[in-house]
Write a protein that binds this ligand. Structure first.
Ligand code: FNR
Length: 341
């Protein structure tokens, strides 16, 4: 299997596998506020990740690049980001660091959106030199370093050693000039991992919980002999944020993993997220309906978010982060068992 066909395999299987999982956010309930004392027109969606100010907490999360067909996808997602003013990340750029002919497939996102916020992406095996080159390749405003242990384990050609990742991330943080975001790809976060990542200076932790795109299923679909138990592996998006918040009471979190609408985005923010990433759902929109439909669904999501913020009386993202929520069901049981408040 070549790297290029793997990239399109991921796109195809991500589209086929759907987003049917449980991200735990239905077990997070807002407390109704009959006297919110605000109006929809007074809601501000401005937020911050590290030193970056974002006009919207919505982020088109890392997906692709590294094959000819992915250039069109990155251009389309870049256009949707430009039309809506949201930030976007490209997929892992390791392929282009190994073969510069592939750079255009990532740079397409920058071409489509010359002045927007664009994030570079590499795995934790990257060296500081590679990290700098990935940032330069797309004039990135931030760098995501992904953590994808379970995906690698299920991938027949995947990595088998994960030693030293935190030290390598620390070296990258010290050597690049842009904020570094550590991110999971859909198996979730823990208190301890979030705390260790923040301790080496990352600007934010994207909790990447389970309940959305499932890379165990995607890789299992590509295997002759699947490893089925990893299909149900991981901490949900709700659990991941609750765990990480315990380690990061001052924020610096991104919520992602199966986010489908403005209510789920709002709940993620109420659990402590400064921003909310969507990947698979927007990729499907792009492939099935095109750029305008992606932009329309981002606008819908932002409008839904404003309505929920009005209903709870939160005028700003920081106010939404302190809106009262009640946790029920399995998520509440998890919190009790783990000592998460
Ligand atoms: C991804 N994701 C991803 N993440 C990353 O950091 N680097 C990458 O190269 C990729 N590649 C990739 C390809 C495809 C086709 C998809 C759908 C996703 C993971 C993505 O950024 C996100 O963390 C997860 O998909 C969970 O979010 P959703 O899809 O449930 O919204």
């Amino acid at each position: 299997m070549t790297r290029m066909s793997r990239k399109m395999d991921h796109v195809r299987h991500a589209l086929a596998s759907g987003q049917s999982g449980r991200n735990g956010l239905s077990e997070v309930r807002f407390v109704h506020n009959p006297l919110p004392d605000t109006s929809v027109s007074h809601i501000s969606l401005t937020t911050r990740i590290g030193e970056l100010t974002m006009r919207s907490p919505i982020l088109i999360n890392a997906m692709t690049g590294g094959a000819a067909e992915t250039e069109e996808i990155n251009y389309g997602l870049g256009e949707a980001a430009r039309l809506t003013g949201v930030a976007m990340a490209v997929g892992s750029q390791m392929a282009a660091l190994r073969d510069p002919a592939l750079e255009a497939s990532y740079a397409a996102a920058r071409r489509a959106n010359p002045d927007g916020l664009l994030f570079a992406n590499l795995g934790s095996e990257a060296t500081p030199e590679q990290a700098k080159r990935a940032v330069e390749m797309i004039r990135a405003d931030a760098l995501q370093i992904h953590l994808n242990v379970v995906q690698e384990l299920v991938m027949p050609e995947g990595d088998r050693s994960f030693e030293g990742a935190l030290r390598r991330i620390e070296r990258i943080v010290r050597n690049v000039d842009v904020p570094v975001i550590a991110k999971e790809v859909g198996f979730g976060m823990t208190m301890s991992a979030a705390s260790r990542l923040l301790s080496v200076g990352v600007s934010a932790v994207d909790c990447g919980g389970s309940g959305g795109t499932n890379f165990a299923r995607i890789e299992n679909a590509r295997r002759d002999r699947p490893i089925p138990w990893f299909d149900d592996w991981g901490n949900t998006t709700a659990v991941s944020l609750l765990e990480a918040k315990e380690a990061a009471p001052a924020g610096r979190l991104i919520g992602s993993g199966g986010i489908r609408n403005g209510m789920e985005a709002a709940k993620s923010i109420a659990l402590g997220a400064d921003a909310v990433g969507l990947a698979g759902a927007l990729l499907r929109k792009l492939r099935e309906e095109g750029v305008e439909a992606v932009a329309a669904s981002i606008r819908d999501l932002q409008e839904e978010l404003r309505l929920v913020m009005t209903a709870v009386g939160a005028r700003t993202i920081p106010e939404l982060q302190s809106a009262p929520v009640v946790i029920v069901g399995d998520t509440a049981e998890w919190c009790a068992a783990r000592g998460v408040d």
